[in-house]
Design a protein around this ligand. Structure first.
Ligand code: SAH
Ligand code: SF4
Ligand code: F3S
Length: 462
């Protein structure tokens, strides 16, 4: 067991000390931002901050932002507009902008939105307590968008044992791939992997506090490479094999991967590690080699097809997910058709798709032949119609089958409980809340685009 750096509890109001301060954190964008939001709460707990879900109650509001598409970044400014009104009514409220917009725009944020007190990048948020203290000392504003040499994970207190059956664990950050459309290499910096021993220790603590499923996170999670407890270099597959040994950890997933980093060992792990769930999010972006080259993806459409073949050879029921971008500069009707062809050939259980968004500072933004919005709209609709058809068909294919469901939350209606299939679909059944944290067999009788429902195979006592 590692030394706990966990702080003492916040001063209690009964003790006559100041009432605990409240922090409201809102995460936008990817799951890594959700994980980071939890770690920000951990960093602030020693300062006496308790989390609140009500923004009006908050002494500190943190927006953990996303810069991936223009719409995502603009959302932050409309939220800041609303917060300005709240701050005007509430003495002493502090507002922080964290995450990728903070990294990309830095001081520009407080120029555009003077209501902001703190701007902190994704690699610097362990310093939030110092930044808050600076403001209390009258420093006005605080900004930190460094990529410090110290590891923020070493500097953060242990996670507070956030509850939950299915949790995220960041193992890798940053990206060296420089796809020409993408801001991530600029906002998150160079690829960096956490040491395997620290990841395993964190996973064990998660399991000790109720986790049954862990999703390993990274912008390029399958590029994971770090020192293992044996002193050797470990890749993601080796890490997954070690985590699969943790008693009580029933399910492992990982996201997001790059096709170039699917190595032999990771493909093999899909066949021989039962805890590794048969679901893979592997973005391909486009089915056209010309566009893939312009995107600097460094693989062709057939490389992707071959990878999927190899994965399905070791795990025939593997469910696939992907990301697609339509309307990248220069995308012709034929290029788009190549993407549609790839989608029809592979068959996806679900997918995310976006219109290309021109991001300042990325090579794609300066490329000629930007595509008209109306063309992007039409292509996105056609592509999404097909993906929705595939998702509905995939869900329907489970009807009549009995599958293990990990229950992790109450259902929408009283008397219902909800969980996930191995393929990541939401599953609803009538059953007691005592099922939460357990895996039970469910016979699927109904499916829709977004979920499955069915009946427990064996009655479970309430
Ligand atoms: N690291 C992951 C994805 C990171 S961003 C990967 O390599 O696939 C998540 C998704 O957002 C991307 O897969 C891409 O489909 C989309 N995306 C990124 N930049 C975009 C842009 N400028 N316009 C539209 N979509 C974008
Ligand atoms: Fe962005 Fe490409 Fe890196 Fe993914 S691999 S984060 S899309 S630059
Ligand atoms: Fe968005 Fe940053 Fe994640 S740009 S998608 S929050 S890495």
């Amino acid at each position: 067991m590692q030394d706990s750096k966990r702080p003492a509890a916040a001063p209690s109001p009964e003790g006559g000390e100041a009432a605990p301060k409240k922090v409201f954190i809102k995460a936008y964008g990817c799951q890594m931002n959700v994980y980071d939001a939890e770690r920000m709460a951990d960093a602030l707990a020693p300062e006496g901050y308790a989390e609140t879900a009500t923004v009006e109650e908050a002494d500190l509001v943190i927006l953990n932002t996303c810069h991936i598409r223009e719409k995502a970044a603009e959302k932050v400014y409309s939220e800041l507009g609303r917060l300005a009104k709240l701050k005007a009514e509430k003495d002493g409220m502090m507002i922080a902008v964290a995450g990728c917009v903070a990294q990309a725009e830095g001081e520009e944020i407080s120029r555009r939105a003077p209501v902001v007190d703190i701007v902190v990048g994704p690699q610097a948020y362990h310093r939030l307590p110092q930044m808050i203290a600076e403001i209390h000392r009258g420093a006005g504003r605080a900004l930190d968008t460094e990529f410090p040499v110290e590891d923020k994970f070493d500097a953060l207190p242990d996670e507070n044992g956030a509850e939950g059956v299915a949790r995220f664990l960041t193992v890798q950050e940053g990206c060296d791939k420089f796809c020409t459309f993408c801001v991530v290499p600029y906002t998150r910096g160079a690829e960096y992997s956490r040491g395997a021993a620290s990841v395993i220790a964190e996973a064990k603590r998660m399991v000790a506090t109720g986790a049954r499923e862990i999703t390993l996170l990274g912008q390029n999670v399958n590029a994971y490479k770090a020192e293992g407890p044996d002193g050797k270099d470990w890749g993601l597959a080796r890490l997954i094999r070690a985590l699969a040994e943790i008693e009580g950890l029933a399910r492992i997933r990982y996201t997001t991967s790059h096709p170039r980093d699917m190595d032999d060992d990771l493909i093999a792990a899909h066949g021989d590690v039962p805890a590794l769930m048969p679901f893979l999010h592997l973005p391909v972006q486009s089915g056209s080699d010309r566009i893939l080259a312009a995107m600097n993806r460094k693989h062709e459409a057939d490389d992707y097809r071959r990878l999927i073949e190899r994965l399905r050879a070791v795990r025939p029921d593997l469910a696939l997910s992907s990301d697609f971008i339509v309307g990248f500069p220069g995308e012709s009707d034929a290029d788009f058709e190549a993407t549609m062809r790839l989608i029809r050939e592979i068959g996806f259980a679900q997918a995310f798709s976006f219109k290309y968004s021109r991001r300042p500072g990325t090579p794609g933004a300066a490329m000629p032949k930007q595509i008209a919005e109306t063309v992007k709209d039409a292509r996105l609709k056609e592509l999404q119609d097909e993906l929705v058809r595939q998702q509905i068909a995939f869900n329907a294919s489970l009807k009549g089958r009995t599958i293990p469901v990990l229950f992790d939350r109450p259902g929408r209606h009283a008397g219902q409980v909800a969980g996930r299939s191995p393929y990541l679909q939401a599953v609803h059944v009538d059953g007691p809340l005592s099922l939460i944290g357990q895996i039970a067999e469910v016979e699927i009788s109904k499916s829709s685009q977004n979920s499955l429902s069915g009946a427990l195979k064996e009655a479970v006592a309430a």
